[in-house]
Structures are given as C-alpha cells and as structure tokens.
Design a protein around this ligand. Structure first.
Ligand code: BDR
Ligand code: CA
Length: 310
C-alpha cells in the first residue's frame, strides 16, 4: 500500500512513522501543528526519518488551525514534542513548505494512495478546499481522531478533532467515507514496560527513540491515572490502515460539533438504526466507518515488530 502520513510528532506520531515505514510503502510525510508548533513537528518528523534511515520527503504544512490559535499538547508530549529524548543534529531538510500542494499532487500522480492523518485535520481540509475532487483520487482515507464515546482533551472531544474542529468538519463532510480510528479502539491497544524493554533491546537509534517516547508517555500518564500502560493512538491507526482485516467497524453518519459550549470538537456519531435516521433525520449527514475494536495482541505485536526492525 502506498501511504502518505500527515502527522504532528508527537510521541505516538514518532512511533507511527516507524510503523508506517515498515508495514507500508511510505511515499511521503506531511506535518501539521498540533501536539507542538509546526517548527517542532516538522523537525521531529525529519529527525525520526533520519534516525530510521528513511528515504522519505517531509513537507511542512499548516502552522495554525483554520480558526483561532494553535493549541498546545506539550503538557503530554514535552516541550520538544518528543519527550526528553536526546535528539541528534538534523542532517536533513524539508522537501517543501507546501504540504497542501504535495497532498493534492501526490493524490493525482500516485496509484493506490492511502492518506493517513494522525494530527489535526488542517492540511487535509486545505487540500480539499484546493481540490474538491481529492477524495476520489485516494484509495483510502484514514484518520486517528474522534470518539463515539468519551473524549480525552475534554469530556467529549478527542485532541486531534478539538485542535481544529472547523477542519475536521470539512473533512468528515467532503471526504466521506473515511475511516475514523478514534479513542474507541486506540485506547484498547496499550503498551507497558515489557514492550519498551523489547524495543530498547533492539539496539538501534530508532527503536531506542520509540522506547524513550513510550516510557516518557507512561511517566506522564502516571501523573493523572493509576496505570502503567499507555495507548499509542497513532501507531494503532497505522495498523488499521495497513491491516484492516484485524479491525471491527460499522458505518454511521458523523458530524463534528464546532459550536457547542461544552461539546466543541466532539464527533457526533449517529448510532440509531438507519431506518429511524431516514424517517426522522437530520438528512444528509455524511457517513464514515467508525472503528470499534480489534485483535489487541496482534496489533500490539505488529507495532513492536515494526519498531524492532527500525
Ligand atoms: C491524538 O492526539 C495527539 O496528542 C496524539 O498524537 C494522537 O494523534 C490522540 O488523541
Ligand atoms: Ca498525532
């Protein structure tokens, strides 16, 4: 599968890059502001590619959401976005500062291209504005984002959608059906000390980084919840794209709340029976595939194995 990864590294994004490079033909990486600012997410993507020896272009994307100011996820991801990992000097440079043009051009020129977005959806929304036919040039569109149950950044909103709800609303409306790999499934695939020990034992710079960022995330989590295992949301989303048979999904209308006082950034999934929706409405809400569950052990192993090979 040819894959373009739109990301905001980001602890779990860093692992996701390694997993994508191992399990797919990673054609390119685009960056977006999210977990940290665009300079850092772009630098981090370049560093991960360098450490893993990936021959993949990195294109810088949007530095702020469609409306309002950039959010900040450094409380979880650390000031650099990669925890406290000691990073090498950068020997690479970005291929362009126009991720949106890259996305539009690549969708038209590369066959069987899957776009996987694991950060705020700003670049994807801007690409849809530039090319309203973008979706039909893609073999698939998967996002890590949203939730049909609880949120993580608010009681009902997941971080990537909350970081740019206007962009997410455009994407869910204009690029449906997409595959929503949200917290409903990603929270189930968790990693602990046993997994990071295995990663570290691989002895490569990229695997050491994956172990470092996962351990950092475990430390951060322990400040808030009594658990020593953490989800790597973005890495799970990669496996959902590359190994779809391992995941359970169903299709439902999904709207993104952009106004609610308590619900901005919520993905509002209509789980009522289709005949009832048809009868009562509201009409015309685009439907997407919501991923609910997976073979947790198999997915965890695919992620660890990808890191060990990095
Ligand atoms: C998502 O938010 C970010 O902090 C992570 O990188 C992931 O993409 C999880 O809600
Ligand atoms: Ca991310």
């Amino acid at each position: 599968m040819n894959l373009v990864l739109d990301c905001d590294p980001g602890l779990d994004d860093a692992v996701a890059i390694l997993v994508a490079a191992h399990h797919a033909d990673l054609v390119g990486i685009t960056t977006v502001a999210g977990n940290v600012g665009i300079n850092r997410t772009t630098r981090n993507a370049l560093v991960v590619a360098q450490l893993a020896g990936l021959d993949v272009p990195v294109h810088r994307g949007a530095g702020k959401p469609l409306a309002g100011e950039p959010v900040d996820g450094s409380r979880i991801h650390g000031e650099s976005g990669l925890g406290n990992a000691v990073l090498p000097d950068l020997e690479r440079s970005e291929a362009s500062d126009d991720a949106v043009a890259y996305l539009c051009d690549t969708a038209r020129s590369v066959d069987d291209l899957h776009l996987l977005a694991i950060g705020p959806l700003t670049n994807v929304a801007l690409a849809l504005r530039r090319d309203p036919h973008l979706r039909r040039h893609l073999a698939g569109l998967t996002i890590m984002g949203g939730s049909a149950s609880a949120g993580n950044i608010t009681s009902v909103a997941e971080f990537n959608i909350w970081a740019d709800p206007e962009a997410a609303a455009i994407v869910f409306e204009k690029a449906a059906p997409l595959t929503m790999v949200g917290l409903d499934v990603t929270n189930k695939v968790v990693f602990g000390a046993a997994e990071t020990a295995r990663m570290r034992a691989a002895g490569t710079p990229a695997a050491a980084l994956a172990a470092d960022v996962t351990d950092f995330l475990r430390d951060r989590f322990r400040q808030y919840v009594a658990q020593s295992v953490v989800p790597l949301h973005d890495a799970t989303a990669v496996v959902a794209a590359t190994h779809p048979h391992l995941f359970e999904r169903s299709r439902h209308p999904v709207a993104v709340e952009v106004r609610g006082e308590h619900t901005r950034g919520m993905t509002v999934a209509d789980l009522r029976p289709p005949a009832l929706i048809e009868a009562i409405g509201p009409p015309g809400v685009a439907a997407s595939d919501i991923v609910w569950g997976t073979d947790v052990d198999a997915v965890r192993e695919l992620i660890v194995k990808a890191v060990l090979a990095s």
